[in-house]
Ligand binder design. Structure first.
Ligand SMILES: NC(=O)c1ccc[n+]([C@@H]2O[C@H](COP(=O)([O-])OP(=O)(O)OC[C@H]3O[C@@H](n4cnc5c(N)ncnc54)[C@H](O)[C@@H]3O)[C@@H](O)[C@H]2O)c1
Length: 350
């Protein structure tokens, strides 16, 4: 069997899971090497997973001719630069979300990908989750009619350590967390978001305000064709990893998550009336494997990627607009001019 030679960059929590999947659950992949600025960690992961090579830098890994594709799982702020370097070395790329943490870096990354004629997929793995795939099939079949309202909830369980904010290597809530819902908002409704208005709070953790982050955010959406939406993100739900999405249309509604009919639900560290996942690596375990298999298969067969760099750019534009709305405390509009290669984020009149 022809296999795709892969090098994986960043073997932290997410990267290690990708490495395990590529090594054991993706038959068409040959994970040739892992690399990490923490070279000793890369060496340990390579030894544990029986991967031949480990490196302390992307540059060294890119020099290998038997690597055709790079998986990027570094913190958010390094994604765009790593994409540019991997593209310049002629490698195809699967990059974790977000594409970048600002539109200038994002555009430069996409330009480098286009110039090198390589392919780039963004790690919006929810598009591979069986429940979201089933929901999308029903929407595409017209079963809920024309989408009218999009609603999504994304709550992480564990309180992030203060060091996660101090290190300043990831984007704030809207880039690091809500970006999954911004992608779902486009994908499931099959329309672009034209305007956002964000509300945020640091209520239970005021000390993170000085790192320009928030513990929770609610973002209202207005779509180009007229639908509306609402997304809630919260990073310290404590009681569990809680992800739910609904699209309400002219003929019905499709719901991913629990719709159990009980008089009242109670979710706390002391107990839950409903079963919930504990972690994204559990809830989306199948999605990460399906994502990796699909990427590898498409690269080997010269097929286009399923989740493109442009998808990454458009979700990022919504995150930028949401952050601007949060900072300016007013609605923010998004103007997409992708034909001209630019995306503008502007404020509405008031
Ligand atoms: N798709 C998802 O569901 C999902 C879930 C979690 C994280 N992520 C994304 O995955 C990425 C990694 O997150 P994580 O939780 O694994 O972080 P992490 O902090 O656990 O791991 C990051 C790793 O990258 C290494 N690193 C840092 N800078 C580097 C550089 N310039 N070059 C090479 N290696 C570098 C670190 O040493 C560390 O080992 C983030 O972008 C995050 O947003 C996605």
């Amino acid at each position: 069997m022809t296999k795709l030679g892969i090098g994986l960059l960043g073997v932290g929590e997410m990267g290690k899971r990708h490495a395990e999947n590529l090594r054991r659950l993706v038959p068409e992949a040959r994970l040739v090497a892992v690399a990490d600025v923490a070279a000793e960690r890369a060496r340990q992961v390579a030894a544990e997973l029986e991967i031949e090579h480990s490196f302390g830098s992307l540059e060294d890994m890119l020099a290998r001719k038997d690597i055709q594709a790079i998986v990027i799982a570094t913190p958010d702020k390094f994604h765009a630069r790593c994409i540019r370097e991997a593209a310049a070395a002629g490698k195809d790329i699967l990059c974790e979300k977000p594409l970048a943490t600002n539109l200038v870096d994002a555009q430069a990354a996409l330009d480098a990908v286009a110039k090198a004629s390589v392919r780039l997929q963004i790690g919006f793995m929810r598009r591979y989750d069986p429940a979201y795939v089933a929901a999308m099939k029903r929407i595409e079949a017209g079963e809920i009619g024309e989408p009218v309202v999009f609603k999504s909830v994304g709550r992480d369980k564990d309180v992030p350590p203060l060091a996660a904010y101090q290190s300043n290597v990831n984007g704030m809530l809207f880039y690091n967390n809500t970006i999954h819902d911004f992608d779902l908002a486009r994908w499931l409704v099959q329309d672009e978001v034209a305007e956002v208005q964000a509300y945020t709070t640091v209520a239970i953790r005021p000390e993170i305000a000085k790192y320009n982050d928030v513990v929770a955010g609610v973002v209202n959406l207005r779509y180009v064709r007229g639908a509306i939406g609402n997304i809630e993100s919260y990073v310290q739900a404590i009681y569990g990893y809680d992800v739910r999405t609904e699209v309400v249309g002219s003929r019905g509604s499709v719901f991913v998550g629990s719709v159990e009919q009980i008089p009242a639900a109670f979710l706390s560290v002391n107990g839950r009336t409903q079963p919930l996942a504990d972690h994204f690596l559990t809830r989306f375990a199948d999605a990460y494997v399906a994502e990796a298999r699909d990427f590898v298969h498409n690269m080997l067969n010269d097929y286009p990627v399923r989740v493109s760099g442009e998808d990454g750019l458009k979700a990022l534009a919504i995150a930028v607009a949401a952050e601007n709305s949060h900072l300016q405390k007013r609605p923010c509009q998004i103007a997409l001019h992708t034909d001209a290669g630019t995306i503008a984020v502007t404020y509405s009149a008031n």
